[in-house]
Design a protein around this ligand. Structure first.
Ligand code: HEC
Length: 215
C-alpha cells in the first residue's frame, strides 16, 4: 500500500460518544505537515471529481461536523442524566447523527474501532483494520493519535480515516473502572461490547469517511 499519512493538525477534538472537536468552525488553519493536505484554505467547497486535496478537506469538514454534533449531544446528556442516560443517547442518536451528517456532506461517515461497541457500524473492515494497526504502530513510536489521519483512493473510492484518541471524559463508558450502573446498561445494550479497558491517550478508534468517485 503506498500509504502516505496526512498529518492533520487539528488539536485533539474532544468527545462525544466519542469524538472531539473544540474548533468545529476553524478547520483550515491547523498546521499541515504533508503536502497532500495543502488544500485551499476554506474547507466547505464541495470536492469535484478526483481532486484529492479537496476531497481530504471535505472529509475533514465531515469529521468535524460529526465530532462537533456528538460532542454537544454527549455533554448535554451527561449533564442532564449522567453516563447511563448519556448511554441511551449515544445508542440511539450516534448512528442517526452519522447518517444525517453523511447525507448533508455527501460523504459516508462512520466510526470504527479494533474493539468496537456498536456491533454493526463499529466493526472495522480489512482495509480499516490495516489503517488502525498502522495508527497503533505510530502511537507505539510516540506519535500523538490526535494528529493521525490517512487518505487513499482505492478502486475509484476515496477513503479517509482520522484517529480518535481516548480522553478523560471517555473513561466513564470506555475505561477500566466503570460504575455498576454503566456496566449494567452496557450489558443490556451491547452484549458483545469490546470497547472497555481504555486508558487516557489510547487510540479509541477512528472516523471513516468514504466517497465513491464518478470519474
Ligand atoms: C455515556 C457513555 C459514553 C461516553 C462518555 C463515551 N462513549 Fe463512546 N460510545 C458509547 C456508546 C453507547 C457507543 C455505541 C454507539 C452506537 O451504538 O453507535 C459508543 C461508541 C463509540 C465509538 C464507535 C466505535 C465503537 O466502539 O462502536 C467510538 C469511536 C467512541 N465511542 C469513542 C468515544 C470517545 C473518544 C469518547 C470520549 C471523548 C467516548 N466515546 C465517550 C458510549 C460512550
Amino acid at each position: 500500500m503506498n500509504k502516505y499519512v496526512l498529518m492533520v493538525g487539528l488539536a485533539a477534538l474532544l468527545t462525544a460518544c466519542g469524538e472531539k472537536s473544540e474548533q468545529a468552525a476553524a478547520p483550515a488553519d491547523a498546521p499541515k505537515t504533508a503536502q497532500q493536505v495543502a488544500a485551499p484554505a476554506a474547507a466547505p467547497t464541495p470536492a469535484q471529481g478526483n481532486d484529492k486535496a479537496a476531497l481530504v478537506e471535505q472529509a475533514k469538514g465531515t469529521v468535524q461536523a460529526l465530532g462537533g454534533t456528538l460532542k454537544g449531544e454527549l455533554e448535554a446528556a451527561m449533564k442532564a442524566g449522567g453516563p447511563v442516560e448519556a448511554m441511551n443517547i449515544c445508542h440511539t442518536k450516534a448512528p442517526e447523527i452519522a447518517k444525517a451528517v453523511s447525507a448533508e456532506k455527501g460523504m459516508e461517515i462512520s466510526r470504527v474501532s479494533l474493539k468496537n461497541r456498536n456491533p454493526e457500524m463499529g466493526a472495522a473492515n480489512e482495509w480499516q483494520v490495516a489503517v488502525l494497526n498502522d495508527f497503533e504502530a505510530k502511537k507505539a513510536t510516540g506519535e500523538d493519535p490526535a494528529t493521525m489521519a490517512y487518505a487513499e483512493v482505492v478502486d475509484k473510492e476515496f477513503r479517509f480515516m482520522k484517529a480518535i484518541p481516548t480522553g478523560a471524559v471517555c473513561l466513564k463508558c470506555h475505561g477500566t473502572d466503570l460504575s455498576p450502573e454503566v456496566t449494567a446498561k452496557l450489558t443490556e445494550l451491547y452484549p458483545q461490547d469490546k470497547a472497555t479497558g481504555y486508558k487516557e491517550g489510547d487510540l479509541r478508534g477512528a472516523f471513516v469517511v468514504v466517497k465513491q468517485l464518478t470519474q
